[in-house]
Write a protein that binds this ligand. Structure first.
Ligand code: CTP
Ligand code: MG
Length: 218
């Protein structure tokens, strides 16, 4: 069985909303509730631990823990809370990705279960050509066929994730996704193809698009 860690403790500075981003209304509900609904629809997920900003209570049926200063520290806080239970799979998801579906979650869990790997992460092939710059000039053009835009959910064998987070505070604080801590620890990470629609709401334009897409799902 699996525990889901939903990270919702960010301030949402780039969105520029009044309150924390995960609680901004998107298609009629606080944004994190879309993710909670998708996670609840997956039988393997037994419980949901939510990393929360200050002064906010956990949604019904979830367990809240105070988040950290950086995203990875919020994951760590939720992971500590989820410790010492017998679920051996840990799923991490951004509350800022309300377009996640039960199918994406299941694909990640199935890949972790069937492949010899430490982590399985949702990702979409990169559609744009990506160039590297030194700040002024283009240094090179990357081979797009090898590039993936990484999303959440990311699922892990618990022991591998705990070991990855044991690499020290500096490594944890610097990590922008959890799978990179597994990579740094020498673990193996599998990509799970996912739709681009599972994007992260970062800016006001993203929020408008997510609102439209969720309403269109009916
Ligand atoms: N997050 C978190 N704790 C933090 C920072 C981020 O739980 N200290 C969560 C956010 O709530 C979000 C996810 O991590 O669900 C992805 O982070 P991001 O999109 O960067 O959200 P914010 O940090 O809220 O946004 P911004 O960086 O614009 O302030
Ligand atoms: Mg952030």
């Amino acid at each position: 069985m699996a525990v889901a860690l939903l990270v919702a403790a960010g301030r949402g500075e780039r969105l520029g909303s009044d309150g924390p981003k995960a609680f901004v209304i998107c298609a009629g509900r606080p944004m994190l509730e879309w993710s909670i609904e998708a996670l609840r629809a997956v039988a393997e997920i037994e419980r949901i631990v939510v990393a929360l900003p200050p002064g906010v209570t956990a949604p019904p049926g979830t367990v809240g823990v105070p988040g950290g200063e950086q995203r990875s520290q919020s994951v760590q806080a939720a992971l500590r809370h989820a410790a010492a239970q017998d679920d051996d799979v840990v799923l991490v998801h951004d509350a800022a990705r309300p377009l996640v579906t039960p199918a994406i979650v299941r694909d990640c869990l199935d890949t972790l279960a069937s492949e010899d790997c430490d982590a399985a992460i949702a990702a979409a092939p990169v559609a744009d050509t990506i160039k590297e710059s030194d700040g002024e000039e283009v240094v090179r053009t990357l081979d797009r066929t090898r590039l993936w835009a990484v999303q959440t959910p990311q699922v892990f064998h618990r022991a591998a994730l705990e070991q990855a987070f044991a690499q020290g505070a500096a490594a944890v604080a610097a990590a922008t996704d959890d799978a990179s801590l597994i990579e740094a620890a020498g673990g193996t990470v599998r990509l799970v193809p996912a739709p681009r629609e599972n994007f992260k709401v970062t800016t006001p334009e993203d929020l408008r698009l997510a609102d439209l897409l969720l309403r269109a799902r009916g």
